[in-house]
Design a protein around this ligand. Sequence first.
Ligand SMILES: Cc1cc2nc3c(=O)[nH]c(=O)nc-3n(C[C@H](O)[C@H](O)[C@H](O)COP(=O)(O)O)c2cc1C
Length: 383
Amino acid sequence: MDIDIIRDYPTIESLRIKAKKNIPEFAFDYLDGGCNNEENLNRNIKDLKKIILEPRYLRNYKSSSTKKTLFGVEYDVPFGISPVGLQGLIWPNSSEILAKSALKNNIPFILSSVTTMDIEKTARLTDGNFWFQLYNPIDKNLRRDILKRAYDSGCKTLVILADVPTFGYRAKEIISGLSMPPKLTLKNILQILGKPHWALNTLIYGQPRFKNLSPYIKKNISMRQLGKFMDETFSGKINPDIIKPIREEWRGNLVLKGVSSVSDAKDAIKIGFDGIIVSNHGGRQLDAGNSSIKSLSKIVKHINKNKTEIMIDSGFRSGPDIARALAVGANFVFMGRPFMYGTAALGSKGGNHTISILKKQFQQIMDQLCCEKVDDLPSYISQ
Ligand SMILES: Cc1cc2nc3c(=O)[nH]c(=O)nc-3n(C[C@H](O)[C@H](O)[C@H](O)COP(=O)(O)O)c2cc1C
């Protein structure tokens, strides 16, 4: 690890502060904000801190392994990169930076349908080791086409989103008038002029576009037009009848993301999902909802994690946070904003650096607890 980078940016919060300085306000608000009063966003972070772990110093402890197998693949650490839309708007080329970092560090990378890098490029950058998050197209031929592109590119895990039956009400995005590409209002021009590094990189890499959807979508549409296109072409509403044909056609693992109730978790298994991601979209959809760690603690009482992969995201910012969720019963943790703070703060070095902070912190807490295997973490929770 680069000594200067770790000294200057030892935590995810230090990357967040630098990211805020580096990118225009409208991009930072899009990345950082939650819905309504941001209560669920804050609850995610606050509730995690309530999980306390107890070490076992007198055990005959030798060393810890941070490796974890998920869907038959052994990863170096039990965490990965959540799907994030419009990544190139937050930091130019950030999808590419993160995909390469995921491969280098042997962690999973989930590509969003609505980000700024396409399936085919992701496959090249990850050697085919990527997951794909599908916004479900209403037209079955369109769905088949996207899924064929993903499967043929090497993707073996498909993620379906449960928690976007409607757009989140996000005041910061409403105020900043977020659009794709950014609208050149006086306010936005002033913001862009104040961030020359971001502006230069946008010039170098070109305006961000929805590259995954470019075969199906008109170019250069605004956020409002995108909303209309998404409403007409994709549906965020899901039910067993919608999932059934996807389950029949998709030959890989099927994961439901955005589960925050026991009933959805049970239904997901009945419908045929192989795994769930307990998530509230990082507090961007339902402000009155439970924190994801609280949802997890309810769900693990009803679902057998040896039969169904139980994963989680929303609010994770450190190695201890990751250990907390695994101790509560998750098999794996994903994160969205931390990796984006990293690339917005440090550009091409941001992906590797963010992963290395989290890896180092996670290794430290495993050693500190004297916990040898990731799967043993549940026995370290303070009752
Ligand atoms: C800016 C932004 C865009 C997102 N876009 C998507 C998306 O396109 N698809 C998706 O499944 N989730 C999306 N999410 C949710 C993330 O996958 C993830 O659930 C969330 O970021 C987890 O919370 P965290 O940021 O606290 O780690 C987005 C999140 C953010 C912050």
